[in-house]
Design a binder for this molecule. Sequence first.
Ligand code: CTP
Length: 403
Amino acid sequence: MSVLSGKNILIGVTAGIAAYKTAHLVRLLIKAGAHVQVIMTPASKDFVTPLTLSTLSKNPVYSAFFDKENENELWNNHVDLGLWADFFIVAPATANTIAKMAHGQSDNLLLATYLSAKCKVYFAPAMDLDMYKHPATKETIATLESYGNLCVPAESGELASGLVGEGRMAEPENIVSFIEKDVLSQLPLRNKKVLITAGPTYEAIDPVRFIGNHSSGKMGFELAKRAAALGASVTLISGMSNEKVTHTLIHRINVMSAQEMYDAAHQFFKDSHIVILSAAVADYAPKNVSDKKIKKKEVAFSIQLEKTKDILMSLGAIKQQQFLVGFALETDNEIENAIGKLRRKNLDLIVLNSLQDKGAGFQNTTNKVSIIDKSENISEFGLKSKALVAEDIFNEILERIYE
Ligand code: CTP
């Protein structure tokens, strides 16, 4: 999954022959999961039709402050468009438009939106080689960069004039990867490794039976998605779960038993920066696993169980630079028990689910948690989706690792 997934992206199209490539850029951004809206300068409509761009972006295309032919048409609000956008990409960016952007002119909707936008702005220049080389253009680009805008450098090749050189708009694929790299480089968990356990463990009784629990894995998967969205490279060790992940930054390892989860967690722990154990690990497993299916017995039947290894406790014991987070599921004396667990297992944070709260815990899509740190600061949160709980948990972690 791209870091641009779910982002609001505004594309500004100006009057360069490369405008035909913007149709492909819109397609790539939609494929990456972004929401796209397009603003065109009036002259750019000679190079690519608004219909093409509105069809690809699945949104109306804006070009004028209002539509003169339709009296009932609302004023196209450049402030709203500017505020809607997470990113504004001007592609192609002609010499004329970038010069106007650099000097605060606003004689069309695109320029007025540029001046209103608070988001990161990228521009992909497209012009003839002598125009691109001209000191005035170089100064314009430097001025825009001094505002925090980022230039996606023009590429070399044959130009519309027939000349060969630098000035061609970067290929749409390269614009997307340039922006993805830049967005990633700004994320708080870039270069950080996050290890997460999720789901239940199944402890075999014989080849067809096991002891398990109802954990769905949802909380752990939401944590993994959040960590990846923050730029981390994530190892997600999961017991049996129907949850799916597609993010390229998430590496999923499937395990079955507590012992397999223990081995995998220890394999990745050393290099991890943040470790969150949300799995519902079986506390006991059959002492002897029959290699043949056990036949029915006459009346009663018992299985001898032995304790599994406590993965969280074992990691707490060898913890160095890692920020270690555990979960606790309690029914009574919740806070006291959770703090006891935090101390015993040498954790940095513990996330407490109270079974007394409706909508919290196993199988639900929602959760209600309190988060307690080593100094016994307690943050309480309301009932919300597990995706939002994952955001709260990472906000608490970020506050502490970057304090
Ligand atoms: N945990 C683990 N390995 C185990 C058991 C639990 O890593 N064998 C982790 C869980 O992933 C969770 C935390 O430890 O982060 C839960 O602690 P645990 O002591 O099992 O508490 P509860 O399951 O909440 O209940 P109990 O009160 O029975 O201890």
